[in-house]
Design a protein around this ligand. Structure first.
Ligand code: THU
Length: 162
């Protein structure tokens, strides 16, 4: 049988050692890490913090907020980007840093955004027609860097009229 044609997508993530971060990104990492400590995660005990810098240089942070009715809980990234877009709808988010702590709070944990958060981040990239750099902290002293949500969410749902 003849083989069907294929679409092959490639994505690349960079592994960045913490000591290679510039001052702006290092500051965001610190803000996200502080926010992680304030997370409200009594059900999963997985604390997540996120920090963002907007195009005018303002920085904001947030963390996950859980609920006894589990699906009501909201991830750090969506709380953060919802807040910044609610208050500064004309300012593009440029860099997003995400950190997490292990459930026993002993050390940092690997974190990558969940599917809902990827979809949410993609909305803001599309609105501003500009990529958002996403830095995801890892316990080994490195961060994964995606230059755009495209690298984490290929073939995203993005057009209601096509
Ligand atoms: N969580 C986030 O806040 N962001 C992520 O990127 C991954 C998951 C939260 C949701 C829930 O409160 C807890 O982590 C465990 O899934």
């Amino acid at each position: 049988m003849e083989e069907n044609r294929k679409i092959i997508s490639t994505s690349s993530l960079e592994i960045v050692p913490v000591e290679k971060l510039d001052a702006v990104r290092l500051n965001l990492l610190q803000l996200a890490s502080n926010a992680t400590d304030l997370a409200y995660a009594p059900y999963s005990n997985f604390r997540v913090g996120a920090a963002v810098i907007l195009e005018d240089g303002q920085t904001f942070w947030a963390n996950n907020q859980e609920n006894i009715c589990f699906p009501v809980g909201v991830c750090a990234e969506r709380i953060l980007l919802g807040y910044t877009h609610a208050n500064f709808p004309d300012l593009k988010p440029e860099i997003l840093v995400i950190t997490a702590k292990k459930s026993d709070n002993s050390a940092s944990a690997t974190v990558t955004p969940c599917g809902l958060c990827r979809q949410s981040i993609s909305e803001y990239e599309r609105k501003f027609n500009a990529p958002i750099e996403i830095l995801m902290n890892r316990p080994d002293g490195t961060l994964l860097r995606a230059n755009s949500i495209q690298d984490l969410l290929p073939y995203q749902f993005e057009d209601l009229n096509k």
